[in-house]
Design a protein around this ligand. Sequence first.
Ligand code: BES
Ligand code: ZN
Length: 854
Amino acid sequence: MSVSITAVAATPERIVLPGGVVPLHYALTLTPDASKLAFTGSVQIDLDVKQATRSIQLNAADLTFTKVSLPGISETPSVTFDGEHETATLSFKSPVSAGRHRLDIEYTGKISQHAAGFFALDYDTASGKQRALFTQLENSDARRVLPCWDEPGIKASFTLTAVVPAAEMALSNTPAVKTTPLAGGLARVEFAPTPKMSSYLLFFGLGDFERISKKVDGVDVGVVVKRGDADKAKFVLDAAVQLLPWYEDYFGVKYPLAKLDLVGGPGQSQFFGAMENWGAIFSFERALILDPKISTEEDLRRVYIITAHEMAHQWFGDLVTMEWWDDLWLNEGFASWMEYKATDHFHPEWKPWLDSVSAKENAMRLDARDGSHPIVTPIYDVLQASQAFDSITYSKGQAIVRMLEAYVGEDAFRQGVRAYIKAHAYGNTVTDDLWRELDKASKESITQVAHDFTLQAGIPLVQADCNETGLRLTQARFTADGAGQPAGNWHVPVNIASVDGTPLWHGFVSADKPVDVPLKSGVVPLVNAGQGGYYRVLYDGPSFGRLAARFEDLSPTDQLGLLNDSQALGYAGYESLTDFLQLTRHASANLDPMVTRTLVDQLEELDSLYEGLPGQAAFKAYGRKTLAPVFAKVGWDGKPGEDQNITLLRSDLLGALGKFNDPDVVKEAHARFAKYLKDPASLNADLRQAVLDIVADHADAATWDQLHALAQAATSNLEKRQLYVYLGSAHDPALVQKALALSLTEEVPTTTRPAILAATSNYYPELALDFLSAHEKLFESLIEPASRNRFGPRLAASARDTAIIAKLRTYAERNIPESARSDVTKAEAAITENARIREKRLPQVDAWLKTHAG
Ligand code: BES
Ligand code: ZN
């Protein structure tokens, strides 16, 4: 038996507020002055003082208190601020008695130009520049908007009042209940009280907006966008209206607020696209509106799936919230699973579960390296909390939920979720609260399996070795370098079927309990059939060969599984990378387009690992040879009514063939671009994007200038941002320098400036990191505080040469607080892996190509 691992205990050293005084209700008034990027606030907080105390500590950051009082207590407390911990401590000479009190604070604060706290997004309109205001408070920036107990476990209700220009639309979590005109063109808008909720879910927005809405199940569902964009918001409104009743049914609880708005902001962040504020989901426009001229099929699906994700949070996250950031995955892992589940219900033709397999693959990349962490992981302070929004939390999280759902069955799983939501509504939880309800709802206990996969990092490796009587299954640990980390032990639920899908066996395999599965002779077994399990499978050579020979007979999901496992096993050296290369020879227009898309991605990834090596040209030739016949079937121009998955595949194929320097594709892309410049209607949105991808990558100075002119001339905010980012993706180093220089100027929309720098890092990570280091202060002002610690590591992570690591460390020492360096560790591990693959595995590819190219 494995050692049973118990749930992580609360870390005593967490940086949190002292208990003893808790808020019950906040009555908050905000008076923004958008032109001055400043606001005044006034808050009355109803407090429950548990024991008499001389000091009250709460969170506040970048706020200036102008008046502090407790009505009924004549003493004015002295206030000290702690900038590092973002707290304010009120000290009293005589103790404040136990019981109810009210704390009144008047203060001023700042409006920033990046998505943290209270922030502004500027955009151009036909009648000049406009400024819209929003708030973004997760993970811990409510303290920049009001003095408060800014921890997810401390819930209270809020009533917000805002004093705003009467002509603008003000929004919050709840509907406005009263609007009073004031002198000077202002109005006071009072919003209905919220239910008890965590501070990170509060929302305020203000601007020259339009709202479209529909009523569903008594809920007023709306989309709020800048004036003129209402038509582009219809798709997402319909999606929300479709999803809401389905979620009410799934969770077994009615949507608890009177309205749900989806609010769009013109801009972008390097780190998130949308935020689940209760009753007022915020999304950057790219995740919300669709412009028929430029939005692709992929954009449309992204809008749907993000909406599904943020709406799932309205229950799982907002109504029931994790107690502390250790259990962030309860929010993000669950919502990431639910986005596929809900999308699969309404759009099975998109094959969302195949996307979930790809998401699992992303997580496994990280989870196989140093710097990974368990899904449930101790979080010390709020800086660490922002680092927890990673692919372990999201994508491993969703994969484990999926695995457990498959294990207990859909119905039992839903019943457990319903019981969990009901038991903890308006409250807070830890991960074991979920396991408890699932255990009660299902025939078998899941806690052991769940603990194995959430409390230890890493990936089980199931080895499947055929012998005369059947299959011997053993379990070890899969690591990116094939060794080096401690072995792990998991109760892995394993599912075996034959190639044609007939179930053969299911049961547990763990390191201390190998299993022998008897098989009839001639049967070709497929382990992890359906790909529901979070583990890799290593077959003995002949078994792999038999499976590979039957590749076409496998389901698309299992084809993906085989491709992913064999590439990863080859990278890590468990088997030769040529096993994977053999599989790429199955590329054909007859495969499911979603499988071919993965194959295309995998070839592109290998190409980027080859960047600058002598073997790259031969690899590119192989890529062309493999994909050109598929593209010949798919063609440049879609047939009316074609499967939209082919549309996606076409874009991917064009992108890859462009990267592989396919002369016909590159030439045709330039020709179509030239035509597009004269007649923008000549390219539909999907082809427009594919063509821009290619010409931006292959741009010469003249093309780059044309793209630049397009960016300057674009009137749509969405389009402008996209075009500026293309300028950073050129391969020509001289053009990259021009793009970097541009990112220093105010010509580029503020939040897009870091995005240009990020785009240059694909080809030139070292240059990008050097540039960031040379302009630290500037980029610090352009990026949200919590995200700054991730930006530098992100630029470096795609590097293929370990030389950059020393630079990254120097950068980190200067710019990243010690508790917030986990992205640095993750980036170093990724770079080390890239370099190792180049050194050790690409020579295998070189050799293979000599016999298989031509
Ligand atoms: N809660 C997050 C947004 C967030 C992330 C806020 C990090 C603060 C820090 C939201 O629910 C989310 O996960 N958004 C995703 C989209 C989703 C479909 C994966 C995003 O914005 O990328
Ligand atoms: Zn989320």
